[in-house]
Write a protein that binds this ligand. Sequence first.
Ligand SMILES: Cc1cc2nc3c(=O)[nH]c(=O)nc-3n(C[C@H](O)[C@H](O)[C@H](O)COP(=O)(O)OP(=O)(O)OC[C@H]3O[C@@H](n4cnc5c(N)ncnc54)[C@H](O)[C@@H]3O)c2cc1C
Length: 391
Amino acid sequence: MNTNLRFDNTEIAFSQKSSPQLRKAYMLFKIMGSPKLVSLGSNLALFGLKARLPFVSYFIKSTVFQQFCGGINRSDCSELVSNLNHSGVKAILDYSVEGQESDEQYDNKTDSIIESLKTVKCNDGEAFGVFKPTSIGAYSVFENALKEGATDKTKVAFERIRKRYQMVFTEAAKLKVPVLIDAEETWMQDAADLLALEMMSTYNTEEIVVFNTFQMYRHDRLKALNAWIKKGKKNGFKVGAKLVRGAYMEKERERAQKLGYDSPICKDKKATDENFDNAIRMVFEHIDYCGLVVGSHNESSTLLTSSLMKERGVKPGDSRVAFAQLYGMSDQITYNLAAHSYNAIKLIPYGPIRHVLPYLIRRAEENTSVAGQTGRELTLITKELKRRRIL
Ligand SMILES: Cc1cc2nc3c(=O)[nH]c(=O)nc-3n(C[C@H](O)[C@H](O)[C@H](O)COP(=O)(O)OP(=O)(O)OC[C@H]3O[C@@H](n4cnc5c(N)ncnc54)[C@H](O)[C@@H]3O)c2cc1C
């Protein structure tokens, strides 16, 4: 392991946070430790926003929204981006609108992704473009497009989605701005993967502009990653791999049980961790044909990546390898990586509160259901509050 890199320096980790901000984060992570409170809060938030109760919106804005989102629009995030940049951390600004439903909305979203690529190009503080497949096409189309009985309407809608992908990546390739494609639930992911692979074969022949997300809590993803790398080597394109563990575990397991098929998720956390780390090892075996974004708050996987970089002679700032954490989580990893000149990135979602609510609920649940995570954040914040002598 790379012994120089450590994540216990809370002074570096929280240098951007004032003491009142830290105290607030402390309270928030304490509350999120309780599954009952998270479940109650999520239901109240969903109901309150639907009923347009103003105090609910205010409450969300001053708690979870402030912790995990950069603001309502891009300009709200600009001070945050420049503060991050000061510490050597780059940003990915993600307009996290979920639940769009019309072609007009998908076209608008495509235009806004393309516009954002131009901003990324001009702004040194931003590293990647990003989008979620179902933000530019209907969920049901992704779900049904590859099925044998897909209707003509679905096929036509899928063609429109393909065109939107092409528009995004034509611009990305022209500007040389890499773009991350998020991964979602397994039952829509095959169609999204098909498009991502097509885009890679067209646009990743020289620079890597297309990064697909591999959710390593899925036991079939290591094999898939291997197949993609092989295909890339054979056909002359590179594979951009964003590795994450995956955010929809409960939903995946519940559906598999309900419909009576084998769960696509690894049998336990240890198996997911091994799968994730093996994916990192696999990418490094083919590092000249791959780009890697390690999207994780896991210290051990981060250390493994840094030691493989050292072993393979990949320098910390090498453009082939980046580390990304979600805004509001694991500052000890992001800022300590940046302090050691690694490509350290914060993914910052933004958007109107009612649109980012599903994202916020996922973050709250992640910090509840994942053993250790809340403890980890709380322990670090507590340590820093004590270091500042305010706890
Ligand atoms: C930059 C970035 C981009 C992201 N993009 C996506 C995306 O496109 N799609 C997506 O789905 N998620 C995405 N995520 C969210 C990500 O999946 C979660 O943040 C991540 O799973 C948390 O795990 P971790 O690697 O931080 O490590 P840890 O906190 O060590 O691991 C927690 C994760 O392990 C897995 N796990 C926990 N318990 C079990 C169990 N019993 N059995 C099997 N597995 C278990 C789950 O995936 C859980 O989330 C992204 C995260 C980041 C940082």
